[in-house]
Design a protein around this ligand. Structure first.
Ligand code: PLP
Length: 387
């Protein structure tokens, strides 16, 4: 049995061996990738090799990958009225986003609150395509931002269908694939994404490295950070060479292993969910009726508070998280569950279990043991109160 069982892979993943090796080696490749001498060219080679690997992961051309300092920054870069196509050089008038987006999209990027609107999701947490079509039909040149998979529930969004609608209305589609990458296929052409966000640390790369990928350089985006002409003028600042190189290394690993890993993770997730149902038949698994990431379970049991459960799990050596966004240790009600129509009382108990490539059956068993203990203590407490 491992010392601790880390089941919070949607928050971040431990560094993969491939990333660790190249991070260490790249520290000595100290040249500035913009320099023309041999030292500079060696650093440039690392960056360009990584660009190829990241592009291959999403079926894009290397020249369409822009490295950023995070997924958050990539989202901020994409969400701008100044995103134009070669044949339509006019600002995007309005941003549409789903009601369940990550905070980095929910904050609207460089759009004002007034110039944006949220599209509802159904009780399973999937975007309502009819509402999307109806809302964007009245807007010239809309920009639509959708996540491919939700970070709390794991619910996969109907992105390809949304893309058809968006394009039929002359719009552009930004896809936040931060949680989907390495877990489900993320080919940009199949998704119909015009721009797509990635983050290295969710797939075992270092923190503080992300990418925005365009389908072509016909999509012009006004830079968020201006200065030198790095990253084709879209993201100024000397590149984080070791971080980018490590992103490339994990992108290559994930591309090789994704299909087999998805099957393995799904088996673990099914064991988690069967165990929860056996121990607590009244527990609710959110989004259970629709397609979800193979690694994510968000569940709640009426009467259990997430804070209490997470601390109890932690004491048993299990790291899980609350479905709600945590800021400075304070648990906020989840906007995702609220958008799905889940009562605040039940949402307060939501616990997220997310597995990854290092998770084994022993980790799942430890989680279920801890849950059994917690659920038993709770029902004993209730019986005590009732007596
Ligand atoms: N988008 C989604 C769906 C996420 O889950 C996250 C991180 O949790 C981000 C964006 C932000 O990525 P980063 O942590 O690299 O800023």
């Amino acid at each position: 049995m491992p010392q601790r069982s880390y089941l919070d892979w949607n928050a971040t993943a431990p560094l993969r061996a491939e990333a660790r090796a190249i991070l260490a080696a790249a520290q000595d490749v100290f040249g500035n990738p913009s320099s023309v001498h041999a030292e500079g060219r060696a650093a440039r080679r690392l960056v360009e090799q990584a660009r190829e690997e990241v592009a291959a992961l999403v079926g894009a051309r290397p020249s369409d990958v822009v490295f950023t300092a995070s997924g958050t920054e990539a989202n901020m870069l994409a969400l701008t009225p100044g995103i134009e196509t070669a044949d339509e050089k006019a600002p995007r008038s309005r941003l549409f986003l789903s009601a369940i987006e990550h905070a980095s999209v929910k904050s609207r990027g460089r759009f004002s609150l007034e110039a944006s609107e949220e599209i509802a999701v159904d009780a399973d947490g999937q975007l309502d395509l009819n509402v999307l079509a109806e809302r964007i039909s009245r807007t010239p040149r809309p920009l639509v931002s959708l996540m491919l998979a939700n970070n709390e529930t794991g619910v996969i969004q109907p992105v390809a269908a949304a893309a058809a609608t968006v394009h039929a209305h002359g719009g552009l589609l930004h896809v936040d694939a931060v949680q989907a990458i390495g877990r489900i296929p993320c080919d940009m052409a199949a998704l119909g994404a015009d721009v797509l966000t990635l983050s290295a640390h969710k797939i075992g790369g270092p923190k503080g490295v992300g990418a925005l990928v365009r389908t072509s350089d016909d999509i012009h985006i006004d830079a968020l950070i201006r200065g030198g002409g790095q990253e084709r003028g879209l993201r100024a600042g000397t590149e984080n060479v070791p971080g980018i190189a490590a992103f490339g290394a994990v992108a290559a690993a994930v591309r090789r292993q994704r299909e087999a890993e998805a099957v393995r993770m799904l088996a673990l997730r099914e064991r988690v969910e069967a165990g929860i149902a056996a121990i607590s038949p009244a527990a609710v698994i959110f989004g259970a009726g629709v397609e979800r990431l193979p690694n994510t379970t968000l569940f709640a049991l009426a009467g259990v508070k997430a804070e209490t459960a997470i601390i109890a799990f932690d004491l048993e050596g299990v790291a899980v998280s609350s479905g709600a966004a945590c800021s400075s240790g304070k648990v906020q009600p989840s906007h995702v569950l609220a958008a799905m129509g889940v009562s605040a009382a039940l949402a307060r108990g939501a616990v997220r279990v997310s597995v990854g490539h290092e998770t084994g059956e022993a980790d799942v068993e430890r989680f279920l043991c801890a849950w059994r203990k917690l659920a038993t203590a709770l029902s004993n407490q209730e019986r005590g109160i009732a007596a």
